[in-house]
Ligand binder design. Structure first.
Ligand code: SF4
Length: 313
């Protein structure tokens, strides 16, 4: 890639509109890697609060084996409130013309199908919503959910965002991911065979990974036929398994220099049809590394490095 192809550009080219993603966190949603179905404790870096401003403060438990969902009313209310609250803020800053509802926190295909259908359908009734982006794991999406999303994609812009993180099985085990890369390959193939849009999420700086490992993950991810990609540095936040290891001196976060060097090399590898949804991440709620505290500064360093590498912004 010689010219940066962002997801914003993809949306503008396709719809000729200013479109924003509205992040949503559904109360009662969880993850099979947290609730014991696959594992307990989650990925070593998981503290879902760091992913979303709409993170659930109230813990609820959803019985996945029951078609009845006593939480549904509360979930629909939360969906509506979060959407309209965020739209109000966006209207003052970005003045978007349309929205993608982004089911972001936890595993957003891990609930009874009837619940998912109701939530997705409701989100699509909100004003100026042109589609959905659904964050999930490759081991947690049923065929009937994929089929339903395929049907929705005839009328709406539908994206499925899979956490890949790395293609290295040793690392996947090390970070307690609960699935291997074979599972990623199989699910993404199935999703692509249905013609759905796929975004893959990768993390640079995972424990014991070299730059070679990280770029191999990029190569393997491109080979999956994804349509869009997100890059994220591994940072340490409190209340995670990684924080315990970091405090014991067992984990050293990636430096900003190494992260940006890897990122620029990764972007150069991307074919021109893969849009980029994220190049880094920042959080104030951080133990380490300090350079991840301020996303705006990171972005200016990244833009400078991309220009120096001959990538047009
Ligand atoms: S898959 Fe996501 S929600 Fe589940 S444990 Fe890992 S980071 Fe947390």
């Amino acid at each position: 890639m010689d010219k940066l192809y962002t997801f914003g550009k993809y949306l503008r080219n396709k719809f000729n509109k200013n479109i924003k993603k509205v992040p949503i966190s559904i109360p009662g949603f969880t993850c099979p890697n947290i609730d014991g179905t696959v594992a307990r404790g989650g990925c070593v870096f998981c503290e879902n609060e760091s992913f979303s401003p709409n993170f659930q403060k109230e813990k609820l438990t959803l019985n996945l084996n029951s078609k009845e969902n006593p939480l549904l009313k509360k979930q629909l209310k939360a969906l509506k409130k979060q959407f309209f609250d965020t739209v109000k803020i966006y209207n003052n800053i970005y003045k978007p013309e349309s929205y993608l509802v982004y089911f972001q926190s936890f595993t957003n295909t891990y609930a009874p199908f009837e619940t998912l259908k109701k939530l997705y359908d409701t989100a699509l009734t909100f004003p100026d919503v042109i589609g959905l982006s659904i964050g999930t794991r490759t081991d947690s999406i049923e065929d009937k959910t994929l089929k339903y999303l395929k049907d929705l994609s005839k009328d709406y812009e539908i994206w499925i965002e899979y956490g890949i993180q790395t293609s290295n099985d040793k690392t996947l085990k090390r970070i307690n991911r609960g699935h291997d890369f074979k599972n990623v390959k199989e699910t993404i193939k199935k999703t692509k065979d249905l013609g759905l849009n796929v975004c893959g999420h990768l993390i640079f700086g995972l424990p014991e990974e070299t730059q070679e490992d990280m770029l191999k993950s990029v190569e393997d991810t491109i080979d999956l036929g994804i349509d869009s990609i997100k890059f994220h540095p591994l940072y340490v936040t409190d209340n995670t398994l990684l924080a315990i290891e970091y405090k014991k001196g067992n984990f050293i976060p990636i430096s900003e220099e190494d992260y940006i060097d890897t990122l620029v090399k990764a972007i150069k590898m991307l074919p021109s049809n893969i849009s980029i949804q994220r190049m880094t991440a920042g959080t104030k709620n951080l133990l380490s590394p300090d350079w991840c505290r301020d996303k705006a500064t990171q972005m200016s360093h990244i833009h400078k490095a991309l220009k120096e590498a001959g990538i047009e912004l």
